[in-house]
Design a protein around this ligand. Structure first.
Ligand SMILES: N[C@@H](CCC(=O)N[C@@H](CS)C(=O)NCC(=O)O)C(=O)O
Length: 203
């Protein structure tokens, strides 16, 4: 398999985590987003949206990180990263959607303001409202995690989808309320997994 990848992209990190959890070998092809290689000839033929990640498995070309991770789950089911029962599988997918489409918005606001802009250009108001939004999402996750090791009980693609975002909390100065004990211990658990190294977080 070949993964077209940009190291610090959270969507690529999700796929690298799933590949690592499943112990799958693959080659990595760096797509330099800064040089806009994702919008050029050969790459745009694989993904018409011009975005990483893209996974190539033989003749199969896939884009959209959640679709890629479900493909990996179906083709390489061991170890499983989805529950077996339909309602829990649907819940896993809802949480993956939440991670990419809701949680990601305030998280990326903070990321962009702090890591992609210079000091004087930062919107401090946006950073604060985004932190408040994330606090609410963390409360929701804390409730979801009560009495559980991971979001669905066992570790799944839902935990994977949130991991790249959680991983940068310290670097982005995002604090989690100490009262959210279930969420805090879950964060510790996902960081202690062997696969976590696949994120390649640079401190
Ligand atoms: N929905 C896509 C999102 C992928 C995405 O937004 N990738 C970003 C990097 S983190 C990208 O390639 N951006 C380049 C661009 O839009 O030009 C997925 O889940 O794979």
């Amino acid at each position: 398999m070949k993964l077209y990848d940009f190291p610090r992209c959270p969507y690529c990190q999700k796929v690298r985590l799933a590949l690592a959890e499943k112990g799958l070998e693959y080659d990595r092809v760096l797509v330099d987003l800064i040089k806009r290689e994702q919008k050029e000839g050969d790459f745009i033929k694989m993904n018409p949206y011009g975005k990483v990640p893209v996974l190539v498995d033989g003749e199969t070309v896939l884009y959209e990180s959640s679709v890629i991770n479900e493909y990996l789950e179906e083709k390489y089911p061991d170890p499983p990263l989805m529950p077996s029962e339909p309602a829990s599988r649907a819940r896993t997918r809802m949480l993956c959607y939440f991670a990419d489409n809701h949680f990601n918005t305030p998280w990326f606001n903070i990321y962009r303001e702090l890591l992609l802009k210079n000091n004087g250009d930062r919107d401090t108001g946006l950073i604060e409202t985004s932190k408040a939004e994330l606090s609410q999402y963390m409360e929701r996750l804390d409730r979801e995690l009560e009495g559980k090791q991971y979001l669905l009980g066992a570790y799944t693609l839902a935990d994977i989808a949130l991991t790249p975002r959680i991983a940068l909390f310290d670097i982005l100065g995002i604090a989690v309320d100490a009262a959210l004990a279930s969420a805090i211990s879950w964060m510790g658990r996902i960081k202690n997994r062997e696969s976590y190294a696949a994120l390649e977080i640079q401190t």
